[in-house]
Design a protein around this ligand. Structure first.
Ligand code: ATP
Ligand code: MG
Length: 662
């Protein structure tokens, strides 16, 4: 480690140095992605500590994820400033609660409820509502959403309707369960994840002695990713600070992607108004990405609207030139996944490490195709923030059922002496029949959430059977089971170092040499459910976050149809208009590189279906439509157009992140 404090400043540019040296009074750093905000605040703390200005134990650095906090602690140690607290709001709040609970409330330190869903089930039973496993998860999700948005039970029906949620049950029923759940928690002396921040705020507000003690401990605060701070987190921060202003915040309004949790860039943008004496520093040098990637990021932001966009700063790359971003159009989604896997293989062969590559998508449901394609290509990978396809409980259960059915087939056909006679219909029909015996329907359930997720997983399994049957027309159920085993084994292979598969939300703050942004079609990016201008702008920011994760290689792709032979006519994301080559005139031009023609049908050895009219599929769930009215709508009657899966998805990711932290 460097020997004196000044050595810590060496790795910083002049503006970053200003950040590091501004150790007194409020400081706000407004800067774009990759400009070294996280680096600047880390060095700032290290400089302060080594110069003797900051006591390590008196500094509280707040980051957005546990992973980021861990990275910061490691970096601080390297810079000779170990002992500084780097935490998320939640883990900092939890620690304080645990410390002060006996004095503030008395009695036992509250435990975090371990089996929350169980408790919700009990609350439901008391309300005489019977919920199946999936409904239970969804109701739990609704309760969590309510708490994150500070909605009390009585307000739930109105708030849920206003937010366009699709509760799995009658809203009044959920409100009663929610109230019952809160009561049960109180009775048992347990708290849940969402209670942590609420309680910490409560204690600091009500107990001046405790607030004083916390303030005596922490003198100096640093907050990363400040654009995504929620009003509740801001309140906690204010309580920590008291009447002091020794606070440094850094953020990028153009990366606000958690508005659904109540996050707003207003706290960042209004910082100077709240802290009149604040030092405001802007960084524009981008150290992460090549000029090619930065050019695209700037182009994306140039089209942005709204308050965050008014404060955008044009980034200037500090890196040597690299390859142009590669735009690729594919015939269908499997082809897109295979094409992406092929490009990843090429990168690996050219010496890029797997850990330096990421595939980023809009919703976790998109992972399956990529898991499969990478497994097929023998590429190790790891998922962030979601379960692998073959590890999902419904998929495992379905696998067991199919195995049982295959066995019954074999035993059943032997006496008759005839090969694949006890079977009913072709392979996909058999699979559908087996799944139907457990309540699966070819029609998707209404609404979003766990019930829908489970349906989607099983629908993916049916599609897999369809593809398999097309590739191997003679195959039976036993062959399919063997195929599933093989695929599962390939996907289960433990990875030491693999390509990262993650949603765009989970990629925040991270970087890779090569990033593939996939599924960039209208409907996915922006996602169908983003309707208002603000929602569309948040989708654009999400894409900006994705683009700016890449150091050097950037792939952007989309598919014209969902499955081989499926209805084509999907369009590339509107956000790429004017950016991808030849796209300035709507509908015109060709992308620089196109993967079209490498269709999965060809690559997988399945014969393209000819002479059949491509079926019209529901644009929400993908089901083949037969009803004339539905075909006109291009979605199932029961697929709600207002479905807010995007919100749910993000909420779930946010929760998963928080859950991991604890
Ligand atoms: P994001 O908005 O995505 O969180 P950021 O502004 O926090 O980005 P960092 O992650 O701190 O940016 O930095 C981006 C990359 O640039 C990192 O690899 C970092 O080490 C590097 N970097 C930052 N500043 C410098 C510098 N002055 N010299 C060399 N490399 C730098
Ligand atoms: Mg950062």
């Amino acid at each position: 480690p460097p020997r004196d404090a000044d050595a810590v400043l060496e790795g910083l540019d002049p503006e970053q140095r200003e950040v590091a040296l501004a150790l007194h009074g409020p400081v706000c750093v407004l800067a774009g992605a990759g400009t070294g905000k996280t680096r600047a605040i880390t060095h700032r703390i290290a400089y302060g500590v080594r110069a003797g200005i900051l006591q390590p134990a008196s500094v509280l650095a707040v980051t957005f994820t546990n992973r980021a906090a861990g990275e910061m602690r490691g970096r601080l140690r390297q810079l000779g400033a170990g002992g500084v607290q780097a935490r998320t709001f939640h883990s900092a709040a939890l620690r304080q609660l645990q410390y002060f609970w006996p004095r503030a409330i008395g009695g036992e330190v509250p435990r975090l409820v371990e089996r929350k869903v169980q408790l919700v089930a009990e609350a439901a039973a008391r309300c005489r509502v019977r919920l199946d496993r999936n409904e239970l998860r969804d109701v739990t999700g609704e309760i969590e959403w309510s708490k994150v948005t500070q909605t009390v039970p009585e307000e739930y029906p109105v708030a849920a309707a206003r937010a366009g949620r699709q509760p799995p049950r009658d809203a009044a029923e959920i409100a009663r369960i929610y109230a019952g759940y809160e009561e049960l928690k109180r009775d048992r002396g347990v708290i849940d994840f969402e209670d942590v921040l609420l309680l910490a705020v409560g204690v600091l507000q009500d107990r001046a002695d405790i607030a004083d003690q916390v303030r005596a401990q922490y003198q100096h605060f640093v907050v990363d990713e400040y654009q995504d701070v929620s009003p509740l987190q801001q309140r906690l921060l204010d309580l920590w600070l008291g009447d002091r202003d020794s606070l440094c915040v850094v953020g990028d309004a153009s990366q606000t992607i958690y508005s659904f949790t109540g996050a707003t860039p207003d706290h960042l943008l209004d910082f100077r108004a709240r802290h009149p004496g604040a030092t405001v520093i802007r960084l524009i040098r981008d150290y992460r990405s090549t000029p090619q990637v930065v050019h695209l990021a700037n182009g994306l932001l140039a089209q942005a609207r709204g308050r965050a966009a008014e404060h955008r700063l044009e980034l200037v790359s500090q890196r040597p030139a690299g390859p142009e971003p590669v735009y690729a159009e594919y015939a269908d989604e499997p082809a897109e996944a295979e094409g992406t896997a092929r490009r990843i293989r090429e990168l690996l062969d050219s010496g890029v490490r797997a850990a330096e590559i990421a595939v980023l998508y809009r919703v976790n449901a998109q992972s399956e195709l990529y898991e499969q394609a990478l497994a097929d290509a023998g590429v190790p990978y790891q998922l962030r923030g979601a379960e692998r396809f073959f590890e999902r409980p419904e998929v495992r259960e379905a696998g067991l059922l199919l195995r049982g059915a295959a066995l019954a087939n074999r035993v059943g056909t032997q006496p008759a002496g005839g090969a694949t006679a006890a079977d009913d219909g072709d392979l996909p029909s058999q699979v559908r029949a087996v799944l139907s015996s457990r309540g699966w329907t070819p029609e998707p359930p209404a609404g979003s959430g766990a019930v829908r997720d489970r349906w989607e997983s099983l629908a993916a399994l049916v599609r897999l059977a369809e593809d398999f049957a097309r590739a191997r027309p003679d195959a039976g159920l036993a062959d399919l089971v063997a195929e599933l085993d093989e695929r599962a084994a390939a996907q289960h292979a433990p990875t030491v170092e693999g390509v990262t598969l993650a949603s765009l939300h989970a990629a925040k703050g991270l970087e890779w040499d090569a990033v593939f942004l996939v599924g960039l079609t209208e409907g996915m990016m922006p996602i169908t459910y983003a309707r208002t201008d603000e929602q569309i702008e948040e989708e654009r920011r999400l894409l900006y976050v994705g683009v700016t994760r890449a150091r050097r290689h950037l792939g952007l792709s989309w598919a014209l149809a969902r499955s081989p032979g499926g209805r084509t006519g999907r369009r590339p994301s509107r956000f790429l208009n004017g950016l991808r080559p030849g796209s300035s005139a709507p509908g015109g031009g060709r992308p620089a590189v196109t993967g079209a023609g490498h269709g999965a049908g060809v690559e997988r050895g399945t014969a393209p279906r000819r002479g059949r009219r491509a079926p019209v599929r529901c644009r929400v769930c993908g089901r083949t439509l037969t009803d004339a009215g539905e075909i006109k709508l291009m979605r199932c009657e029961d697929c709600p157009s207002e479905l807010d899966e995007a919100l749910y998805e993000r909420l779930r990711e946010w929760r998963a992140d928080r859950a991991r932290e604890l």
